[in-house]
Unconditional design. Structure first.
Length: 102
């Protein structure tokens, strides 16, 4: 299938929203291990591309949240602190049950 037909199929498949956000951006993790200085602009490019509907969240290790803040545009909301993430995870576990629970 040529590229144009492939894109047309993908866009038509995405139109119902079933693939929206399907692909998390884990560029900071192995195997890529991208530096933050290149990963943040690359994610913004993905979010503006023709396949943007497929692009999910930019995944950042909690230990690198401060580093992320330094690379965000000035008008961006700051990322949550690790303590806030832990609180949210605990709340989700309460609502959904602990991992591995039956």
């Amino acid at each position: 299938m040529d590229v144009v037909r492939s894109r047309a199929w993908l866009v038509s498949t995405m139109s119902d929203g079933s693939l929206a956000g399907m692909l998390d951006d884990a560029a900071l993790f192995p195997p890529e291990n991208a530096p933050m200085v290149t990963a943040v602009p690359a994610h913004r490019k993905h979010r503006a591309s023709w396949y943007a509907l497929l692009v999910g969240p930019f995944l950042v290790p909690a230990a690198r949240l401060d580093e992320l803040t330094a690379h965000l545009p000035a008008d961006s909301d700051p990322p949550p602190k690790p303590e806030e993430l832990e609180r949210r995870i605990a709340l989700l576990e309460q609502l959904l049950g602990s991992p591995g629970a039956t």
